[in-house]
Design a protein. Structure first.
Length: 120
C-alpha cells in the first residue's frame, strides 16, 4: 500500500511537537518535508514593500529556514524554499497547514488548486 506523502507548510512548533510525530507513527501517512515561506509569500502582495519591511521579511525567511533545518535534523524529510515550491511538486499528496488561522484560507486554496489534499 502506498503511503500518503504529507508536507508541512510552515515550520511551526505544533508541527514539531504533534503533527510530524503523529505522521511518523501512522501506517498510512509519511512525512515528506517542510516548507519555509519566501519573503514575497509573507508580503501583502502589493509589491510596494518599504526597506524596513523588506528587511523584516528577509529575517523571517531566515528564521523559517533555521526552524526547517531543525525539523530536518529531527525527522528527515525535505526542506522546500517557499510554500509554492512544495505545492508545485508531484512528490507531495497532501499538506498540513501549520500557519496562523488567518492564513489557512489563502494557502488551502492554493493547495487545492494544485490537487493537494489539505489538513488544517
Amino acid at each position: 500500500m502506498k503511503k500518503i506523502r504529507i508536507g508541512v507548510l510552515g515550520p511551526s512548533d505544533i508541527a514539531k511537537r504533534r503533527m510530524i510525530p503523529a505522521l511518523n507513527k501512522s501506517k498510512y501517512c509519511e512525512y515528506a518535508g517542510v516548507a519555509a515561506a519566501l519573503p514575497e509569500e509573507r508580503s501583502d502582495g502589493s509589491g510596494q514593500t518599504d526597506p524596513a519591511r523588506k528587511e523584516e521579511l528577509n529575517a523571517a525567511y531566515k528564521r523559517g529556514l533555521e526552524k526547517a533545518d531543525e525539523l530536518k535534523r529531527a525527522f528527515d524529510g525535505e526542506i522546500y524554499e517557499g510554500f509554492m515550491s512544495m505545492l508545485n511538486t508531484d512528490d507531495i499528496d497532501a499538506v498540513y497547514i501549520a500557519l496562523p488561522p488567518y492564513l489557512h484560507a489563502k494557502w488551502a486554496k492554493e493547495a487545492l488548486k494544485r490537487g493537494k489534499h489539505v489538513l488544517l
